[in-house]
Structure formats: C-alpha cells, structure tokens
Design a protein around this ligand. Structure first.
Ligand code: NAD
Length: 318
C-alpha cells in the first residue's frame, strides 16, 4: 500500500510543487487548503491522478479528515508580507491552531511531521549569514510579527510535541523561494518584477534596491524539504540558496531575460524589511547531503517561461 501524506497548504506555491513530487515518489496525497492565498489552478493538473485528493478545509480542522497518515506536512500559511498583513489573525492561527491540529494528527497516527518555518524567524538579522543557532532579531509587536512570531511559536510547539509526546518532527527554515505558480500580485520580488517586465511597465523596487536576497529555485527547495522528511533529523535546518544578490541585480537580470524595455521605479521601504538575508546551509549539506543546483539565471528563465505560457493574472478561489 502507498504511504499516505497529508499536505496542508498544498494549493499554494511551494505546496503544489511538493504535491507533485510526493505523487511521483509514490505517495497518496491529501491536500487540505482553505484557499486563503492559494489557487485551485495550482493543483488542477493533479486532480485526475488516482492518488490525489483535495479537501477545501482549514488546516485547523485536520483531525476530522478520515484515514491515517504516514507523513504530515504543514505548508499552510499566508507567506508574503502583503498577504499576511491582509490576514493577520488567520496568519497567527496558521502558526498556532493549525500547527497544533496537524501535530495532533501526527501524534495520533505515529506520522513524521514537517513544519515549514522561515528565514523570517531571524527577523532583520545582525548575524550574517544566518546559522540555525542564531536566535534572531524580531519585533514581537511590529506589523510583520503576525508572521514571524507565529512561525517562532510553531517551531516551539513542534519541539514541545517532540519532547513531550515523542512525535517524529522536522523543522525546515525556508529562505526566499521562487518559481512557476507564484502569485504575481502577492508582493514578492520575483513575480512582481517578472509581471512588470513582461508588460514593459516600471519595475517596483523598494528602497534603493541595495538590500539583498538569496533566491532558491522551488525544485531545489522541494528536494531539500523531502530530504528532511526522509531523514530522522529534527532541525531546524535552513534550506535556501546562499547565492546573495541585491534586489537591483535581480531586477536587472529579469529585464535582461525578458528583453523588456522596463526601467526600475524606486518606492518606499516597508517597515521591518530585512536588509540582508543569506542562509548558512552547512547543516543541510552535512546532514541531508543537500545543495542547491539550479543557477538563478536558469531558474528565472524557467519562471519567466511559465508566466509567458500561463499569464500574469490569477483567478482567486474555486
Ligand atoms: P502560499 O500562500 O502560496 O501557500 C500557502 C497555502 O496555504 C495557500 O494555498 C493557502 O490558501 C493555504 N493556507 C493558509 N492558511 C491556511 C489554513 N489555515 N488552512 C488551510 N490552508 C491554509 O505560500 P508559499 O510561498 O507556498 O508558502 C508555503 C509555506 O512555506 C508557508 O508556510 C510559508 O510560511 C513557508 N515559506 C515560504 C517561503 C517562500 O519563499 N515561498 C519562504 C519561507 C517560508
């Protein structure tokens, strides 16, 4: 019998790629998603697969789903600043109530549990690059705290379930990930840049564009997540691409790859926007034998090709 995975947030960007890989690895996959920031389009190509099912439901109610699971993956949370600022309470619940509900499923079934945490737990870091040992520089009351602190709580809860109940848990800290199926309107740099470039419109750049990001292509990210799932490691483990670039460099690369006539338009910096982000991936390399493989030019070219083929407008909800 196929192993069974419960994937919360599977209609989202990262979750939909994970669903594909789990199916091709022989899992039966049950996606639970309330579509608060996801799109059924992201998984419509999977709905005919015999091992796939989609439940339109909040992850907070995961314990009511029938059957038992071998693997529980928690990828359900608004993830971009405009989206979690638009849904602050839901974001806190995704980190708190949904995490607890999914941990309870894992505990009930003796399943491995994987939490998608984030580089945002490091806040605006004063240590560079960020190792998993760095405790972070996070405001507990600023606008971004609804996401950052929810994830920090989710990590604490996951470790408490491991210590108190012996649940087999793994925490992965994802750094900026990009690729096909990103929401072009959710404020993240890559889809915003690609959308503007393809329309030959000004590319919105916050601040002076000198702040850095380290971009990881989604296929690399998914490989890292599944390597953690297949291991017995508790983490937290950073999965991201240490290749650091300024946002201006990324914008210029997108302009070059699209052959666009766009220019860059400087805009005010959001509050608590981190200055630099770069993962130290020594742990992922040594414990999971994982390394990113897709170079940013290749990954951006694939992403741009996807937006050219699928358009830069998404239809929300069912
Ligand atoms: P996304 O918004 O595309 O996907 C999240 C999905 O979760 C959506 O389909 C949404 O509808 C669903 N969801 C949210 N709350 C839910 C709830 N309570 N119940 C059921 N479904 C719910 O975001 P993403 O970029 O795919 O991120 C997926 C996960 O990875 C998130 O937990 C996010 O915090 C984490 N992460 C992503 C990145 C990144 O760069 N994409 C970086 C760090 C961490």
């Amino acid at each position: 019998m196929s192993p069974r995975a419960l994937l919360a947030g599977g209609a989202g960007f990262v979750g939909s790629h994970l669903a594909e890989r789990l199916l091709s690895d022989g899992y039966e996959v049950v996606v639970v998603d309330n579509l608060i920031t996801g799109f059924v389009d992201n998984i419509s190509h999977l709905r005919a697969e015999p091992g796939f099912s989609f439940v339109l439901h909040s992850a907070e109610d995961a314990q009511t789903l029938p059957g038992r699971f071998d693997l529980v993956l928690h990828f359900a949370s608004p993830a971009s600043p405009p989206r979690y600022l638009a849904h602050p309470i839901e974001t806190l619940h995704a980190g708190s109530n949904a995490t607890e509900a999914l941990l309870n499923v894992a505990r009930r079934d003796g399943a491995r549990f994987i939490l998608a945490s984030t580089s945002e737990v490091y806040g605006d870091p004063s240590v560079h690059p960020q190792t998993e040992e760095y405790w972070g520089n996070v405001s507990s009351t600023g606008p971004r705290s609804v996401y950052d602190e929810a994830k920090r709580y989710a990590e604490a809860l996951t470790f408490a379930y491991r210590r108190s109940f012996g649940v087999d848990t793994g925490v992965v800290r994802l750094f900026n990930t990009y690729g096909p199926r990103m929401d072009p309107d959710d404020g993240r740099a890559v889809p915003a840049f690609v959308k503007a470039a393809l329309a030959n419109e000004p590319i919105p750049l916050h601040g002076d564009g000198s702040q850095t990001r380290s971009l990881c292509y989604v296929d690399d990210q998914v490989r890292g997540i599944l390597a953690l799932a297949a291991s017995a490691e508790a983490g937290p483990i950073n999965i991201g691409n240490p290749h650091e670039q300024s946002l201006l460099e990324i914008a210029e690369l997108v302009i070059a790859l699209t052959g666009s006539t766009s220019t860059v338009e400087l805009q005010p910096r959001p509050i608590d926007d981190p200055e630099r982000r770069q993962p130290d991936i020594t742990k992922a390399q040594s414990l999971l034998a994982w390394n990113p493989e897709v170079h940013v030019e290749e990954g951006l070219a694939r992403t741009i090709a996807w937006f050219v083929a699928n358009g830069t407008t998404r239809t929300p909800l069912v």
